[in-house]
Design a protein. Structure first.
Lengths: 200, 200
């Protein structure tokens, strides 16, 4: 199926309306009708361009996240400090009731919709995770990360526990938690110890 | 509200029917009606005793998991080998299409239902995670885990990346992945290196 041609001004109005409404109401209460009314378009326009509410929100979030290049992590030369900055921000997002409600709703939709899941992963999450991986790569060049560490796995070691704790509501999501997690992950990646012990 | 009194024989028949049907059909296609028919009870009986399909399945899974004591990990004295055993089994569950579909459905329901989330966490997941934590505690007593490591965080370091990869469908869920994850987590927990570097 060919995607229907979109009017860029309407598209921007719709995405801006979606984000505005998302900050005013909860995701489950957010309707296509309300987005259309706020954007000053007919709701059929939205249904023509997007398959579901989840797809509208995804595109709004992707647009507001900016270009992948904008997501580059700070590189102060201090890997631990830079990772703390990004993990504290991530933990704060998951701890924020409104942002968490949006993430929960998007997660539910992605668990139920393979196509949306793929787009969320490729357009929203991978650029963020790649930015962290590139910061780790710079850290490896600077001798702060062991050569043998799989950087994709290292990224999962940093973010996986946060998702796990958030999903299971299994403990507080605090700055101290973010810092402890960075310390433990840094210990896993440390160049100082022999990797021979880790061999099978 | 007082929970209606349950007939133990009917309860067992219903839970057994639920698990049987879950192995024959997908979770979304599983209905209360089908469970009632298989168990030989009226569907009103099920509605009277459980609030939702998710609650029936949860109780069936909890019952089939056995007593918390049954979940204790093997302790061969080789912490790495024991963790590999449990992580390989966990990764295999997430990689299995049918089990994964059930986990996905339960996850969706828990994201949408706080009460179910609490029960899944307390009755199903915490006993499993506690079993791993107790194995790590034994490892610490045996000098294989650094004194300063927060064991709850260490458990999240082992399971969080698996959930993350499964949720994001961001890479293969294989034995090699389980083993690499154990190695990286073991490096994080290793007693051999100074924790002073990890201080703020």
């Amino acid at each position: 199926m060919t995607a229907p041609r979109r009017n860029e001004r309407s598209r921007r109005a719709i995405l801006a309306a979606a984000l505005e409404l998302l900050s005013e109401t909860s995701y489950p209460d957010l309707t296509i009708e309300a987005i259309a009314a706020r954007a000053g378009v007919g709701k059929q326009t939205i249904y023509r361009w997007w398959r579901s509410k989840g797809m509208v929100i995804l595109e709004a979030l992707v647009d507001s996240a900016g270009e992948p290049g904008d997501m580059a992590l700070p590189d102060t030369g201090d890997l631990r400090a830079d990772l703390r900055t990004v993990l504290r921000a991530t933990v704060a997002e998951f701890a924020d009731p409104r942002l968490s409600a949006t993430t929960r709703a998007i997660t539910i939709e992605t668990l139920a919709d393979d196509d949306l899941a793929e787009q969320v992963r490729d357009q929203l999450l991978r650029p963020q995770l790649s930015a962290v991986r590139e910061r780790l790569r710079a850290g490896r060049r600077a001798g702060q990360v062991h050569e043998s560490v799989d950087l994709d796995l290292a990224v999962e070691l940093l973010f996986g526990p946060i998702y796990h704790r958030w999903l299971l509501r299994n403990g507080p999501l605090t700055e101290a938690y973010a810092d402890d997690l960075v310390d433990l992950a840094m210990a896993a990646m440390a160049p100082g110890r022999s990797r021979l012990e880790a061999a099978p």
